[in-house]
Ligand binder design. Sequence first.
Ligand code: PLP
Length: 379
Amino acid sequence: MFHYFDSAATTPVCPEAAQAALEAMTRGWGNPSSVYEFGRQAAQALTLWRADVAGALGCAPGELFFTSCGTESDNWAIRSALALNRRVGRHIVTTAIEHAAVLEPCRALEREGYEVTYLQPDRQGNIAPGQVEEAIRPDTALVTMMLVNNELGTVLPVREAAQAIRRTGSPALLHCDAVQGFLKLPFTPKELGVDLLSVSGHKIRAPKGIGALYVRQGLKLPPLILGGGQEGGLRSGTEATGQIAAFAAAARLGAERREETFQKLTALRAQAEERLVREVPGLKVLTQGGAPHILPVTLPGYKSEVVVRWLSDRGVYLSSGSACHKGKPSHVFAALKLPKAELDGVLRISFSPDNTQEDLDALVEGLTAARRELFSTLS
Ligand code: PLP
């Protein structure tokens, strides 16, 4: 028995998605490229699954390409957008609080001679819309900005970035890592005004190892993986039909329940915030508003890694930042320029609509006890 407050890291596969995967793997397991009936059935199923995910995202099925994960979608979008815009120049605009799936390709590109402008957030983790416009130059080939920050839950001004690109007449392409925003906030790629947008299955109760990239219709994105010509020739490799079937089922369900989920998460976060501030002396909420599933807090003077381990021994699972950092200090919290005692004590609490009152009690009691029993540099 444990209390899970790390849904921004990953989510359990929902029964509907597991069932869809099982059927795709044990009954309709044909290769969608095979010409005989069994293969054609798999291809037809793939068409329906693509329509389901595209429907949940609010784009045309022809604009959605399956990948192996959000990281792959981000890498593909960034590399291929730059290849497409190579005549424009070698300048990229991004933010200092992107996920490693965006920052690491950007750093690699810097080593290859690209110049990257990293927009800095304010103390609450917000990027001001005007920052994008200021950063755009005649040689800006790509702007890449996440929709929801995975550690803070802040919503970034992607729409405004698209408007800034249009207003300045820049030929820059706009990519958005929407892995944490998909089915949490209402948006469509078109309404955001992006050219490319990444999503991932395991944040929405599909299995790990499946993602997708939205490519605006008409954009001639160069392929990522060459081979048998699957995914419209842009991302070859026999389609992961089991994972895709599950992704489709989870996306369909998530879209049906999006509004209800939003209400539940918003209420949970508000309740957690209110109780934590009232019952855990010294605990501070780092930023308010934004996406409903993430609450970043700090216990100043405490080491977050120690708190996280201590809580996990008591069955309360949360994180000291993105699961991808594995113990290294988070660049996102560092970008907020917090005082050291606050930076040391940062914790990310992230919710699922399945969290119960009992979970919430365990979280509040756990943090209260941690504060009482663990060493603090401030005491
Ligand atoms: N982008 C963001 C904002 C994320 O939170 C994550 C996962 O933590 C990713 C990208 C990477 O997605 P995946 O785990 O599917 O590679």
